[in-house]
Design a protein around this ligand. Sequence first.
Ligand SMILES: [Zn+2]
Ligand SMILES: [Zn+2]
Length: 635
Amino acid sequence: MSVVACAPILWAVMNCGRAAILLLVGFWFDAAAVRGDTEVALASGGRSDYRIVVAKDCPPPVNYAARELQSYLGKIAGARLPIVADAEPPRPHEIWVGRSSRLDSLAVAMDWATLGKEGYVLRTVGERLVIAGGEPRGTLYGVYGLLEDHFGCRWFTPEIERVPRARQLPLPRLDERKAPAFEYRETYTWESYDGNWMARNRLNGAGGRGRLLERQNIRPPAPELDARHGGSVRFGFGFFVHTFDKLVSSNVFFATHPEYFALRKGKRKATQLCCTNEDVIRLCAGAILAGMRAQPETTVFSLSQSDNKELCECDRCTTLEKAEGTGMGPLLHLVNCVAEAVEKEFPDKIVETLAYQWSRQPPKTMRPRRNVVIRLADIECCFAHPLASGCTEANKKFVADLQAWAKACNRLWIWDYTTDYAHYLLPLPNKRLLDDNIRLFAANRVAGVFEQGTYDTPDSEMVALKAYLIAKFLWNPACDEALATREFLDAYYGPAATVIHRYLDLIHDYAEKQPVHVGIYAKPTSAHLTPELLVQASLLWDEAETLAKKDAAALDRVRRSRMSVDYVIAEQARAAMKTADSKRSLQQRGLITLARSRFAMFMQTFERSKLTRIREWKDVDKADYRKTLAADLGL
Ligand SMILES: [Zn+2]
Ligand SMILES: [Zn+2]
């Protein structure tokens, strides 16, 4: 796609339904000018001879695909193409959306079976354009593929999109077939909880939205992926993760049946289930069957360990563990038995378990059953360098386990981490390696990826950028990271984009070159955030604010993003205040001065932001934070 003559134009449209301002970042392009005038015009001068054709009884996602195409062609070319059913007599200028009698009568070879649920074909046939894919989501993804890859549309956040505009929009000559690298794609962050945005970026996961949030009584306001989007890959409600105690409740059974639970140093404890106990297997199978019957629309049911390391040491569990060389031995015994028990009634549903901490290594001889998904978690790793860099022993061991699982398992999913759970605002130098890690997963036959970000509050560190990049890489691991980053920063930060890019370079270059390794519970005093670096970062954010001062929306986003650096400056200064004045280093003194000078602005943005937590599981009391920080900084 050639893009010609384009000073960015900004304009705003009120989106009355949600009373939000939808910002459209657009520019003109005129592809016909570069392609020559022999092209057939899809639209020209705000008019179009084309119409969109769907099957008379097309399913909701195909109907929605046609409406999305109509809407975006309207925005791009200023022309409204009618949508008609295939019962109407054919005309020369048509866009065929989804499977219909048009395709069948012209014998356009589609090979539907190989398109799966989400693959699609874009093909020009004479002067007609075919957009068709597998059910349920392929056709809708085909529309977004056309708009994104060929017409230059982008959906950076639920509020910010880029829609190029064209006076002349030629019919593209297309013959392409695309399918996602992964069957399950989820970027689990607050800013992603918008079904429309997820569908447009071709994300399909609705994994933990239910369980993790609702048990904390958190309800994101945005709509989910629903029927018009072709649904989602959905975990059963209450069956998302760490389900042992839900399936066989220690409150109900421990007093009467302690043998259902882990034997630890000769005593039964309710830490984990005893995975080889026949009654435990029967109870787990019964609970999962009941869940599958009660929630027919959901796909995945987790049968996974509680979040602690105290697995059962009874004779049978220990024998299996020793024989298989891993705690996964007894766990997989349980999971395979349950998978077998539910398979007959629900051959297409999945029993999932975690390969996590003590169960992370694959067994020597046992293999997961056909309907089992193994979700391998990399919680121990360094996230300042690619997993494959081997920068730490933890990273080396994880990659070894990944490679072993790739051989031992036909349906391997990943649980990956993209934020700091002890300090949601902490700058994590992981934006450059998201694609490296996703490519590593793809190269090792991984079929699904759950990217756990900051899921329980808005406004955490660089969250919108991370969500966007992850969405791009999960659809296409070969997506150009530099281009995607630049496009996002331009749209999100406007005039401040290049300075924000320098800030990202600053924190990433330092962690890469030292190297400093950073886990997901790093403290504000982590070695990748030195006082010198923080001072430089603060100057860059000053510059960004100056550049964005005439653009209120960009300035607001700059300030909210700046909270990350202000937070670390404040917390490091708070720690330095505990050292006696006479013993403070020059850097510590500088940081205390900087923290005091930034305090008012930081607190103003902090209080105004939508951030409700600065760490996982716990709401922050903003007034109390202000009070104690002021006292600790001697203000
Ligand atoms: Zn046991
Ligand atoms: Zn590292």
